[in-house]
Design a protein around this ligand. Sequence first.
Ligand code: ACO
Length: 431
Amino acid sequence: MKLSDNKATLAFSNGSPSIELPVYQGAVGPDVIDIRKLYAQTGMFTYDPGFLSTAACQSAITYIDGDKGELLYRGYPIEQLAEKCDYLDTCYLLLKGELPDAKQRADFHKLVTNHTMVHEQMQLFLRGFRRDAHPMAVLTGLVGALSAFYHDSTDVHNAEHREIAAIRLIAKMPTLVAMAYKYGVGQPFMYPKNDLSYAGNFLRMMFGNPCEEYQVNPVLEKALDRIFILHADHEQNASTSTVRLCGSSGTNPFAAIAAGVACLWGPAHGGANEAALNMLEDIQRQGGVAKIGEFVAKVKDKNSSVKLMGFGHRVYKNYDPRAKLMQQTCDDVLQELGLQNDPLFALAKALEKIALEDDYFVQRKLYPNVDFYSGIVQRAIGIPVSLFTGIFALARTVGWIAQLDEMLADPEYKIGRPRQLYTGSPRRDVA
Ligand code: ACO
């Protein structure tokens, strides 16, 4: 961290002495005021529910400029990565800090490919779930259970353990997500096929069956790979912060990532793609484009809790750059599948147009986020709505691991332990 010449002075109106706080500069983006000694010096905490103004760590992985609508992985703009790299290149970049050269690329692909199968007994574990269980419930369990199957990579303080756990998680997530799907629909599990790409293999495990050869459609393969790239990391969002907090206790990486999966499930976070598609289907059922006005009025009504799902973001106060890329992918996929006239896509476009022109959304800087279009792409590919968040979890696993590893390697890392403003009863006695 680079100390700034600038210093912050905190003064109090009650006559307590003011204190000076150091300021640090990032490579780009806002500076931070270092308040670590605040409690020792003043006996006071800071209060920031939702972390609106709090940097909880230093990180060199992902940078977002929310006003510009810019997203960088290790300094590279997301648009360039989506255009020129595949998901495994992106994984390598996030984990190691640099894009791989040709040999590193081949070695990394081979390494991940070598770990795509899961312990055979995981099938028995999976079979304990109800067939109609939500895939995120299943995945939270399966990912957590990996620590029971891979004892040799659970020590977070051992760099070798961490590395092998990282590769196992990246390699096995597609297998687990596809298994959760196959179990739900009562079809046989498909073993991974390692001469396919990461996305191609996932498509085959999802939609292939043991009776026929499965041909991977390159347009869908590319679309899925792009979904994975766009969701690979997003700095200190709720699930990533959950993984960091969980991992800060020294728990094993599989348990920490399972905590991230559980957090991602919520509709304000990863569950938004499922919620966005359900919303579009609801409007469609009620009359489609003609009903948009009525729906938008409900969203704007302070007394209703209706939100325009897939819109708004804590950090982006401009168009989410991932949403632009996803819209382009959406066009490609619908064209490939002959679904250009898909009514939900038309509805999404009409809704987006109206929302972008409406004062309510303009004033609050509410723009489409990545989830607005990713649901339409996934639905067109044939992925059931309830699995959307599982796909997100699959893609985000690498980001969670990269962030967890970064935290563990940070000499300033401590167990996460927020404080509170206590508003309950002072000490009292039981009568
Ligand atoms: N629809 C309608 N109004 C909204 C929306 C929305 N989607 N999002 C925010 N607002 C309004 C709020 O009601 C609030 O209005 P007010 O100032 O009149 O009270 C204002 O905009 C600010 O919103 P906050 O809730 O304070 O913004 P916050 O940063 O806390 O929330 C969030 C961000 C959770 C993403 C929110 O925009 C939301 O719920 N969006 C819908 C869910 C969604 O798409 N989530 C995906 C996030 S991206 C991801 O995880 C991949």
